[in-house]
Design a protein around this ligand. Structure first.
Ligand code: DC
Length: 236
């Protein structure tokens, strides 16, 4: 565990879906005793709310109603001691399992393209980073949420590798899904997330790119820790 809390920074990790951002972010947060925030979980929770209220479905999106009801949405993260990371709560209900389903993955890019949704979530995310000491992953963290983050990473990997990771994750927890559907979803989300008008997924100018198609977690972790240590020692 890192013990000099006076040298705290913000670490922004952006990239395509299923590039292992959250796995790396959790490890980094644990090592430096930082807060970890999965911003994608927040977009997924808003999507779950929209789905439960019939504001979004496979072939429709009621943007007006969703925007009108945004104030009904309360999002919070609660630390789960036994898992060692925080879980997403929507209006005080743990929604970790529901938000990771393929159904929510198929709707989330539509909901996260709505500017009013982004505005609400970005301001909540910025509040969480006020004291620094935070690792946040997502799509617009280094570009919009924390443009002044001391360390920005951009993760990529081939679509096939990413779909396979996601397929394993979902089947291991018992979901009945087909690999081709996952691959299609990964590619669709890449397209939608990168081409939307508001805060598209782009690599921040000063972000360091990691293609982890063929890189083990341990190797990435060590490289990132080197970067953090260098920045932190430069600040002294
Ligand atoms: O990280 P994830 O795959 O769980 O994110 C789910 C979706 O949420 C992703 O396809 C796009 C959206 N998202 C976003 O628009 N901005 C973020 N900062 C994080 C996620």
């Amino acid at each position: 565990m890192y013990d000099n809390m006076s040298k705290i920074i913000i670490i922004a990790i952006d990239g395509f879906s299923s590039t292992g951002k959250s796995t790396i972010a959790k490890l980094i947060a644990k090592k430096y005793n930082y807060i970890y925030v999965d911003s994608g979980a927040m977009y997924r929770a808003v999507t779950l709310f929209a789905k439960e209220n019939n504001f979004v479905g496979n072939d429709f999106l009621d943007t007006k109603q969703l925007i009108f009801n945004l104030k009904q949405i309360s999002l919070s993260f609660k630390f789960n001691e036994s898992l060692g990371f925080s879980e997403m709560y929507l209006n005080n209900k743990n929604v970790e399992k529901e938000i990771r389903s393929l159904e929510i993955s198929q709707l989330v890019s539509k909901v996260s393209a709505i500017s009013e949704v982004r505005k609400k979530l970005v301001s909540e995310q910025q509040l969480m980073g006020l004291d620094k000491g935070i690792v946040m992953d997502g799509r617009d963290i280094g570009t919009v949420v924390f443009p002044k983050a001391e360390l920005k990473l951009f993760m990529t990997a081939s679509a096939d590798k990413r779909a396979l990771r996601r397929y394993k994750e979902l089947t291991e927890r018992g979901d009945n899904v087909q690999f081709d559907d996952i691959l299609f979803n990964v590619q669709e989300r890449d397209k939608l997330d990168s081409t939307r008008e508001d805060s598209p997924l782009v690599k921040a100018k000063n972000a360091i790119e990691f293609d982890n198609s063929n890189m083990e977690i341990r190797e990435q972790f060590e490289k990132i820790c080197d970067l953090v240590d260098r920045i932190v020692s430069d600040k002294t």
